[in-house]
Design a protein around this ligand. Structure first.
Ligand code: GLU
Ligand code: MG
Length: 451
């Protein structure tokens, strides 16, 4: 009952019980005050079939979970309980997912991340993680949604133009205890970047999803749409979700920095980088989870297209942005279209694999590889990231470690849902007569508002 009192202590009239699916969409049920105790103690039920419904709201053909597959339970994790600043009568909690007998359910993406955190702990390490999310503000125009602002990157003028909205966002995040590193006007038209401060892995994802929910809600309330869609327009910069990971020893020392050389990585840091590069193909299927994602991962776009790493270099997949202690690894290919719990679980699994194998990374690529001729890339033996969701899914199918990271339920259902999504895109592309490099109306309809 103590838990129930803590919901009531927030003074809310309603509780939204939320979980996030493979596309990172929050799914919710609202309960009224008289049902708080029941919701907190027993959770709320959802149909397992929800996991086989794709982002276009279609149940996939031959679903593994259908009308007769029963339920799972979303039980509020009270550590995530928060009052929503923009909906003053509402409290919200993210959930632990349980099976019908009340046991932790293997199909829970948040649970899969917890599992990797435990594995890392087995090596005597902890991770601190920070998300850096790009998004675009769009306003209604004659031909659909168009960029809301046209000012220049990082200008005071642009922050001025939107400051009332930015204030609401920053105040709201502070009320929800989501510590912000920086908010800025990014390079693209109408594009912003919100970076959060580091936290333990599960908290970092929870906070990012909460921040994204608030960004979208405040934009909607202002008659705009905030989209985290990877590439809304072929001719404008995409929206990345960069993940910063640092590794720490049990005694609180930085595990990735080389104590003798502030410009180098420790052997363990190098092994972590090697692991990330070795599993980058399969990781793309999880972190770059839609056909649209691959229109962002183009050479020379500041989003990575090659499997390489470097110090400082923004063209690399894994960038080491800082020097000395406090050093971190920035993974740059992901976007907001996949489950950030699974994306981060995949990154940690790859890091753990590299460390266990004591793998050595290849030489860093210090130039802007996005402008290298293909020949030079081949000569240097540098792989390309998958060029399509189908290619990424094939890489995932061939990567036992990543499939094991997903666990038996997600490893079965996730590729099936994504294969359906890839074929729905192909059909829409063929009907449009457009080239694969263009962004189709189907993509904008399917992704722009939901993501
Ligand atoms: N917008 C770029 C991307 O899609 C990243 C730009 C940057 O912050 O370096 O990843
Ligand atoms: Mg950026």
């Amino acid at each position: 009952m103590g838990a129930t009192r803590s919901v009531e202590a927030l003074g809310a009239d309603f509780l939204w019980v939320v979980y996030h699916d493979y596309t990172s969409l929050g799914r919710a049920k609202a309960v009224t005050r008289d049902r708080f105790a029941e919701a907190v103690e027993r959770g709320v039920t959802f149909a397992k079939a929800n996991w086989d419904i794709a982002i276009d709201d279609e149940l996939i053909p031959h679903p593994g979970f259908a009308a007769d597959s029963g339920d799972f339970i979303a039980r509020p994790d009270l550590a995530t309980l928060v009052r929503l600043p923009h909906r003053p009568r509402v409290a919200q909690a993210f959930s632990d997912l349980l099976d019908e007998d009340g046991r932790p359910w293997d199909g829970d993406p948040r649970g899969r991340l917890r599992h990797q955190v435990e594995e890392l702990g087995g090596l005597g390490l902890t991770a601190r993680v920070a998300f850096e999310a790009e998004f675009q503000l769009m306003r209604p125009g004659e031909g659909g949604w168009e960029p809301a602002d046209h000012g220049r990157m990082f200008t005071v003028d642009e922050i001025e133009a939107r400051w009332a909205w930015c204030e609401q966002l920053l105040d709201g995040l502070s009320t929800m205890h989501v510590p912000v590193h920086q908010l800025g006007k990014e390079y693209g038209i109408g594009q912003y970047e919100l970076s959060l401060l580091p936290a333990d892995p599960v908290t970092a994802v929870d906070r990012y999803l909460l921040a994204r929910q608030l960004v979208k809600a405040l934009a909607r309330d202002a008659g705009l749409v905030a989209t985290f869609m990877p590439k809304p327009r072929a001719d404008a910069p995409g929206n990345g979700l960069h993940v910063h990971v640092s590794l720490w020893n049990a005694d609180g020392t930085d595990a990735t920095a080389d104590p003798r050389d502030p410009a180098a990585l420790s052997a363990l840091g190098g092994a972590a980088v090697a692991g990330l590069l070795d599993h980058a193909g399969a990781q793309a299927a999880i972190g770059s989870a839609t056909p649209n994602s691959y229109k962002r991962l183009l050479p020379g776009s500041w989003a990575p297209a090659h499997v390489c790493w470097a110090f400082g270099n923004r063209a690399a997949l894994v960038r080491v942005p800082s020097r000395g202690a406090g050093r971190r690894l920035e993974y740059r290919s992901g976007d907001a279209s996949g489950s950030p719990y699974l994306h981060l679980a995949g990154l940690l699994a790859a890091i753990i694999d590299g460390i266990r194998r004591r793998a050595a990374p290849p030489a860093p690529v210090n130039d802007d590889i996005g402008h290298w001729p293909d020949e030079l890339v081949r000569e240097r033996g540098i792989a390309r990231l998958p060029g399509s969701l189908e290619e990424a899914l094939a890489a995932l199918e061939g990567d036992d470690l990543m499939l094991e990271m997903l666990g038996p339920i997600i490893a079965e259902h996730y590729p099936a849902v994504k294969t359906y999504e890839a074929s729905a895109y192909r059909a829409a592309l063929a009907a449009s007569g457009q080239a694969d490099s263009e962004v189709t109306e189907w993509e904008r309809t399917t992704y722009l508002e939901p993501l």
